[in-house]
Design a binder for this molecule. Structure first.
Ligand code: NI
Length: 157
């Protein structure tokens, strides 16, 4: 049975780690994915990345209308020149929100739960969440895009 994982909260240093590639999706990774899916659902998140549950490996979960989508080693292969602003939050930075500009459309390549390589095109909120979660794998947080003066209420790193 999947279990709920603890969410790492900012300014924990784990959130700043550059995560490593997953060589092969095995049962251990699949178990982590199930646990992350449950955790995202319980916390009512739109996405979740490995480092947010203390696993500094390249795996993210996206909440889609068809259910949770797990992406291993996701990589953006193309991004639109056009960007758009949207409000973002993060389970690791509770009760804090800010407007971030993201590419409107992206193409992504990733490995699925069964080690299959998948390509997909995303736009709008879906594209935004993928960009936010891939940032997590590189130790980047959405607050990094906000003006310094907006970060006064956050603890110091
Ligand atoms: Ni986040």
């Amino acid at each position: 049975m999947p279990k709920t994982l603890n969410i790492i909260i900012y300014p924990d240093k784990t959130l700043r780690v550059k995560c490593i590639e997953i060589k092969k999706v095995d049962d251990k990774i699949r178990r982590l994915i199930s646990d992350m899916e449950l955790t995202m659902k319980e916390k009512d998140g739109v996405g979740l990345a490995g480092p947010q549950v203390g696993q500094t490996i390249r795996v993210i979960i996206i909440n889609t209308k068809d259910g949770p989508l797990a992406m291993v080693n996701p990589k953006i292969t193309k991004k639109s020149w056009r960007k758009e602003s949207g409000e973002e939050g993060c389970l690791s930075i509770p009760d804090f929100y800010g407007s971030v500009k993201r590419h409107k459309k992206i193409n992504v390549i990733y490995t699925d739960k069964h080690n299959k390589k998948i390509k997909l095109a995303a736009e709008g909120l879906f594209a935004r969440v993928i960009q936010h979660e891939i940032d997590h794998l590189n130790g980047v947080l959405f607050i990094d895009y906000l003006p310094k003066k907006n970060l006064k209420d956050l603890p110091e790193e």
